[in-house]
Design a protein around this ligand. Sequence first.
Ligand code: FES
Length: 105
Amino acid sequence: MSNNWIDTINIEEVPEDDVIGVNVNGHQIALYKVDDEVFATDNVCTHGQALLSDGFLEDGEIECPLHQGRFCIKSGKAMNEPLTEDIKTYETKIEEGQVFLKFRE
Ligand code: FES
């Protein structure tokens, strides 16, 4: 069980009002930047094998590209059908331009 801050990518690499997929310790994570705040969730949808980083970010929600399930990027809450399971979120912080993720296995 690890619970550590992990260095991911530079804040400049996270597109504004959009999402990017990163690999953290072998896990697929989606990073989102909204109003200079960075949020992180698991990247693989809880419904299927689609990547949320291929989806569409709007009004603080990421829409899965496969069946249009939407998750709140702050809480991870599943907002509509066909989703039945929330997505895991991670705490983030920015230090010297790098985005760190509080990683929980
Ligand atoms: Fe994401 Fe179905 S795989 S909504």
